[in-house]
Design a protein around this ligand. Structure first.
Ligand code: AMP
Ligand code: TRP
Length: 336
């Protein structure tokens, strides 16, 4: 049995991209799964405490509604295990500015800030965020980190930091993790701009489907998704990125291959194709939404879930504190 680890931010609503890229592949997984709600990552950019409070709980309820098993898997809030922060600082002191500034995500995010404000308002959080991510991972010595393709560079940084420290202290302090992403559904693109990934932070909200979107909104967004003038339902990322993206969404939900999805839509007009993709997304998300609202309004069930999250965090803390102890010893801080 392998140890798999993944984290998802609690900022705002989860998107169809999060669900198909990161969560769905984990449901019914046979391996040991560590999955945390990365609430500390949610404060890397300016945030509102009331929203954070609400989003943390909603994210947990959504995971549950999507079918993740909170008893079998170690699902917890990142901030409930303070060792994440402890290792973060130690790793930060073993990193350099150049490797952090090189991160594509930092470049993208920081350019948005400087353009908007034309002044030095780039939050330091977005620069050091990959280090916290490395700490999240290395604490638990996972075999595999499950992430979307956009996170690959952060995993490489994690591996570099782990190797650097193992070498420096001549000890296997950390396991060098591999990363994995699902072949189909690993990257869902923005419906309006199929050059970029679907994300909660994309400016044009018409291109992003949120898990809690109304049926009307989901249909509208899919029906107005950008396609092309070729009128041929075919998977061709380069020439038909919009159509390919809809095929990816369809095949991920149906658990079929892209080729089978293509076959299914042979000869169909784009209007009919989109309508069927919309039906599929609506029916998948409606199942999740029904459970979510039921849970949200059930105080007893909600409290039960919170208790389970706390219990999971306590178990994770035991493992995390062993890693910290070994790291502190190696760097010369023997506190016991
Ligand atoms: P984020 O929403 O950026 O915090 O991402 C949380 C997880 O969902 C990560 O594993 C991402 O790689 C994954 N993810 C986010 N957006 C997408 C997307 N559009 N397609 C596939 N995976 C995604
Ligand atoms: N940075 C990840 C993302 O935006 C979320 C995350 C935080 C994560 N810590 C992690 C993912 C550790 C995997 C492992 O998608």
């Amino acid at each position: 049995m392998k140890r798999i680890l993944t984290g998802i931010q609690s900022t705002n609503n989860l998107t169809l991209g999060n669900y198909l890229g990161a969560i769905k592949p984990l449901i019914d997984i046979k391996d040991e799964l560590y999955l945390f709600i990365a609430d500390l990552h949610s404060i890397t950019v300016p945030f509102n405490p009331d929203e954070l409070r609400e989003n943390r709980i909603n994210t947990a309820l959504l995971y549950k509604s999507m079918g993740l098993d909170f008893e079998k898997n170690k699902i917890f809030f990142q901030s409930c295990v303070p060792e994440h922060n402890q290792l973060n600082y130690v790793l930060l002191c073993h990193s350099n500015l150049g490797e952090l500034q090189r991160m594509t995500q930092f470049k993208d995010k920081s350019s948005k800030f400087s353009q908007e404000n034309k002044t030095l308002t780039i939050p330091t959080g977005i620069l050091v965020y990959p280090i916290l991510m490395a700490a999240d991972i290395l604490l638990y010595k996972p075999d595999i980190v499950h992430v979307g393709k956009d996170q690959k560079q952060h995993i490489e940084l994690t591996r570099n930091l782990a190797e650097r420290m193992n070498k420096k202290y001549k000890k296997e302090l950390f396991k060098i993790p591999e990363h994995s992403f699902n072949k189909v559904g690993s990257k869902i693109l923005d419906l309006q701009n199929p050059e970029i990934k679907m994300s909660k932070s994309n400016e044009n909200k018409k291109g992003t489907i949120f898990i809690l979107d109304s049926e009307g909104d989901i249909r509208k967004k899919i029906m107005s998704a950008k396609t092309d003038s070729l009128d041929n339902v075919k998977y061709d990322e380069e020439n038909q990125p919009g159509v390919s993206n809809l095929l990816t969404i369809y095949s991920s939900i149906k658990n079929i291959s892209i080729t089978d999805a293509e076959k299914h839509f042979i000869g169909k007009k784009y209007g009919d194709f989109k309508r069927e993709v919309a039906d599929t997304v609506v029916s998948e998300l409606k199942k999740i939404q029904d459970v979510f609202y039921e849970l949200k309004n059930n105080k007893v069930e909600k409290e039960k879930l919170m208790k389970q999250l706390k219990k999971n965090a306590d178990e994770c803390k035991k493992i995390a504190s062993e890693t910290i102890k070994a790291v502190y010893e190696a760097i010369g801080m023997n506190n016991e």
